[in-house]
Design a protein around this ligand. Structure first.
Ligand code: GLN
Length: 484
């Protein structure tokens, strides 16, 4: 059963080939079997999952089921879950049990999905390798000595290892697309505002967006159908009709205009990765697409701009974790100041502290104009680059990441090299656009992801473009050895 996609499992449940309880028991067993190797899960919610599965079986029997009813889904541990531990990968929230569900969790619940557990992640979603988690690094199923990417690495590894058919992620600068690429699965970051951020622990509020990780675009569409939509509890959520993302998957690609930004194929990109991407573009030519070169002239400024804006917002968002309102509290504080200092000093890891310090600095009087305001202005230029490109093309394609999965520890001492892992993904968040990563091939046995960037609210088109590719290729069907 574990090799089946969400769409196939949904058909099996409908046809009564198996029950959700059987499927859930098998999924939980599979998680137990492989979690030691990958460390994908921080929490496995056995009891809740079985209760939800029995409820799903009742709905299936009553003919009240939707496509996700009874399907096991893993949730990134950044979403608040009523009654189930939510750590955000941090010691700060080691004992935090939220009193409510995030909107994303609630929507999966309404769709009848079964939550099997909470996945490991970089601490407060800060990282590109899943090595900043307080709960230990996640290992890439394709090579257990390599990273799965981050920050949604637990989710990506869980899907790649066939522990679950689908999982959620969040993407502030690439954290859905980059781990999807490095683990050989499909991931979608929606347009900013498409999915509610309510109950999703904030990292950088103007950039954070939740989305699906699955094996196929067809499955990502099914998950996005449940996740997307206006939420009055999130003031940045957008009131706009949600299309049926499954409806347009088969649209013909004849005449589709693909833009290849020349900046995404230059220095810094691994040659072998470039060849995989070029071969994928050739597939699209065969499918009838027209390919043109475009330019995103401010691309080189995306990483520096992000590392002002994201730390600035995180320094503000993370001020709530002070040992009083939220989070870890130190033992025997001498006074209030000692309590703040030691609680935060003990609760946060090194990368989170680095970001809080950079952000606080960038926002301080005298530096605000020089850093934060300047970064916001360049952010506009980056968005304008995309706006102009989308006057000419329907989608933009390129690599998701400049290389394949790197070894654990390889980049931990060099934050700048680590930050450059997201060189092709970050601009998309700064502009608020939707982006996807789709398996496109391998280099030395490690997966390569093709990134597809769309115009605002063009998720249907992205899914369509990805799905057609998956109908003529089998990169998304590859399974890491040891996890078959
Ligand atoms: N790797 C980037 C960072 O460390 C992006 C993380 C994310 O998208 N959450 O901030």
């Amino acid at each position: 059963m574990h090799t089946k996609t969400i769409a196939e499992l949904a058909a099996g449940l409908r046809d009564k080939a198996f029950s959700s309880e059987e499927l859930t028991r098998e999924t939980l067993a599979r998680i137990r079997q492989h979690n030691e190797a990958t460390n994908s899960f921080i929490t496995v919610s056995d009891e809740l999952a079985l209760a939800q599965a029995r409820e799903a079986d009742r709905k299936l029997a009553a003919g009240e089921a939707g496509p996700l009813t009874g399907i096991p889904i893993a949730q990134k541990d950044i979403f608040c879950t009523d009654g189930v531990l939510t750590t955000c990968g941090s010691r700060m929230l080691e004992n935090f049990i939220a009193p409510y569900d995030a909107t994303v969790i609630r929507r999966f619940g309404q769709a009848g999905a079964v939550m099997v557990g909470k996945t490991n992640m970089d601490e407060f979603a800060m990282g590109s390798s899943n090595e900043t988690s307080y709960y230990g690094p996640v290992r890439n199923p394709w090579d257990l000595d390599s990273v799965p990417g981050g920050s949604s690495g637990g989710s990506a590894a869980a899907v790649a290892a066939l522990m679950v058919p689908g999982a959620t992620g969040t993407d502030t600068g690439g954290s859905i697309r980059q781990p999807a690429a490095l683990c050989g699965i499909t991931g979608l970051k929606p347009t900013y505002g498409r999915v509610s951020r309510y109950g999703m622990i904030a990292f950088a509020s103007s950039l954070d967006q939740a989305g699906p990780l699955a094996r196929t675009a067809e499955d990502a569409a099914l998950m996005l159908n449940a996740m997307a939509g206006f939420d009055e509890r999130d003031s940045t959520s957008i009131e706009r009709e949600v299309p049926d993302y499954s409806a347009e998957l088969n649209r013909d690609l004849q005449g589709l205009k693909i833009g290849l930004p020349k900046e995404y194929f230059s220095e810094g990109l691994d040659d072998a990765v470039a060849r995989v991407i070029e071969a994928a573009i050739d597939e699209y030519r065969k499918l009838g697409a027209e390919v043109v070169e475009i330019s995103l002239p401010n691309s080189n400024l995306a990483v520096p701009v992000y590392y002002v804006v994201a730390p600035a917002e995180c320094s503000s968002n993370l001020s709530r974790f002070d040992g009083v309102r939220f989070g870890h509290r130190c033992e025997d504080p001498r006074d209030l100041e000692d309590l703040y200092k030691r609680s935060r000093g003990e609760g946060f890891g090194a990368e989170v502290k680095r970001r809080i310090m950079i952000g606080t600095y960038a926002l301080s009087a005298g530096y605000y104009d020089a850093y934060y305001l300047k970064a916001q202005k360049i952010r506009h230029l980056i968005s304008d680059d995309f706006r102009q490109a989308f006057d000419k093309v329907d989608v933009i394609m390129g690599p998701t990441s400049p290389g394949t999965a790197f070894k654990l520890g390889e980049k931990t001492d060099d934050p700048i090299t680590m930050y450059l892992s997201d060189i092709y993904t970050i601009a998309v968040n700064l502009a608020g656009l939707p982006g996807m990563s789709v398996p496109a091939g391998q280099v030395n046995g490690l997966p390569v992801g093709l990134q597809i960037i769309g115009n605002y609210f063009d998720e249907s088109r992205l899914l369509n473009v990805a799905h057609r590719f998956q109908q003529v290729t089998d990169h998304h069907r590859q399974i890491p050895s040891g996890f078959a």
